[in-house]
Design a protein around this ligand. Structure first.
Ligand code: 5AD
Ligand code: SF4
Length: 444
């Protein structure tokens, strides 16, 4: 591990034993993301205040604790977060009241801290997670090895990125690409499968580059074939892949490997060739569309999701229209859209022709509106179909329903009990919504 990428976290805990315990869990989790604890807030890259509201005026305490760190934010850009009961209770209000706060981590969101941090670092967003855990995410991160089983698990196969897209901070904060040896990954996945995990999602900034720089000769499609053979694993997914590096072998894998799910997340970022060039993405709209055609040829039922950025510097109306046009052509199953945010140290942040905030907002709103309609239509097309659903547990809304995902990564809620958790069951889709599907389990 590259020590220069090692970061420091300073954590201040108020309140009860429970909170002390949570802080320990947070530290353990952050160690996996290459953070070391420090007792000196001055040298920290991340400061967390873990609070308890049992005592009187806990909010006041949070405000005064945070006040001490305001200067550090200004001087060093330290990321600042609040966790614990006050975070849970106050949620967005904390972000609104404390302008230099980056993260509000509710009591059920501890396991999401690495993803939240990534959003703060990469997109420069403020994040707040105060929802109640229903997908076992919280549990997943802390399960004592070898005990209870969970349905799905994430396995990091590589870290860092060599691409240097001009808007992106990842290569600077995560460093160059480093892949894990394949045997280590195979062992981890086998171990998870023995504990009852049914679905594995392989993580990396650009999984297509997997294997480069390793002593062994292995590429991503081959890793997938090895994992496909592991007994007990029912489904394999991965995220994220870069369109430039999406190889024919990986496309073929979607037609050939039985556990590899019919879903790919393939960020396009912009539909305009001029903007793609300025972003240093290394592909054109035409070559992106060709890859989509090829994927659909090999695997007709594949679901395709993507990322897009609105308002990259220099984006003119016609560039934006090309983005909308690409969306209409591909008709993504789902789309994660971001307003361009200048990240200090990246090349795009230096471009003088920045798009005005209001324009960025309008473009973002328009593409979200268009995509919402497309996603709904895609979901409606599934009404009446029978889908294989891997049941994950109770649904968010009610304990009468369970929830799970199709192989194409769509959420399906249906009446059922927890006994079906971890099983793949046939479900008829009866109603489509913008973000989920309603189904009925087939019993015979
Ligand atoms: N501004 C807006 N969106 C960004 N992303 C990465 N960096 C930025 C930025 N500076 C988005 C990209 C990427 C996703 C994870 O975050 O769409 O695919
Ligand atoms: Fe960032 Fe992804 Fe580009 Fe790497 S490939 S620089 S992680 S956007």
């Amino acid at each position: 591990m590259n020590r220069s990428m090692q970061k420091r976290v300073y954590i201040e805990t108020y309140g009860c034993q429970m909170n002390e315990h949570d802080s320990e869990q947070i530290l353990r989790l952050l160690q996996r993301s290459n953070y070391l604890e420090t007792e000196d807030a001055q040298e920290a890259d991340l400061i967390l205040v873990n609070t308890c509201s049992v005592r009187e005026k806990p909010e006041q305490k949070v405000y005064s604790a945070l006040g001490r760190f305001k200067g550090l934010k200004e001087e060093r850009g330290t990321i600042i977060g609040v966790a614990g009961c006050v975070a849970q209770q106050e949620g967005q209000r904390l972000l609104a009241r404390i302008p230099y706060l980056d993260m509000v981590i509710g009591t059920h969101a501890i396991a999401l801290i690495p993803q939240m941090l990534e959003r703060v670092e990469v997109i420069g967003e403020k994040v707040c997670e105060t929802g109640f855990d229903t997908e076992g995410k919280h549990l997943d991160a802390f399960l004592p090895q070898g005990q209870v089983s969970v349905v799905k698990s994430y396995v990091t196969i590589m870290q860092g990125c060599n691409h240097f897209c001009s808007y992106c901070i990842v290569p600077y904060v995560r460093g160059r690409e480093r892949s894990r040896p394949s045997q280590e990954i195979v062992d981890e996945v086998s171990h998870l499968a023995q504990r009852g995990v049914k679905e594995i999602c392989l993580l990396g900034q650009n999984v297509n580059s997997y294997g480069k720089g390793l002593k062994e000769e292995i590429r991503f499609p081959e890793l997938l074939s090895r994992l496909d053979e592991i007994e007990g694993v029912e489904r394999i997914r991965f995220t994220t892949s870069h369109p430039k590096d999406l190889s024919e072998e990986l496309i073929q894998a979607h037609g050939g490997l039985k556990k590899l799910c019919e879903h790919i997340h393939l960020p396009f970022q912009s539909g305009s060739n001029g903007i793609l060039k300025a972003m240093n993405r290394g592909y054109t709209r035409e070559s992106y569309l060709e890859k989509i055609d090829r994927l659909r040829e090999v695997c007709p039922s594949i679901a395709i999701t993507s990322d897009v950025i609105a308002g990259f510097p220099g984006e003119q109306e016609k560039d934006f229209e090309e983005t909308l046009d690409l969306m209409e052509k591909v008709r993504f199953d789902d789309l994660f859209s971001f307003k361009y945010s200048p990240r200090k140290g990246t090349r795009a942040a230096e471009i003088s022709d920045q798009v005005e905030e209001q324009m960025k907002q309008e473009r973002l709103a328009l593409l979200q509106k268009i995509q919402k309609e497309i996603t709904l239509q895609k979901n409606q097309a599934l009404e009446g179909c029978i889908e294989e659903v891997l049941v994950e547990g109770y649904s968010k809304q009610t304990e009468q329903d369970v929830t799970g995902r199709t192989r194409t990564h769509k959420t399906v809620n249906f009446e059922g009990d927890l006994e079906s958790t971890g099983k793949i069951v046939p479900v008829r889709i009866v109603k489509a919504y913008p973000h989920s599907l309603r189904g009925e389990i087939l019993t015979d």
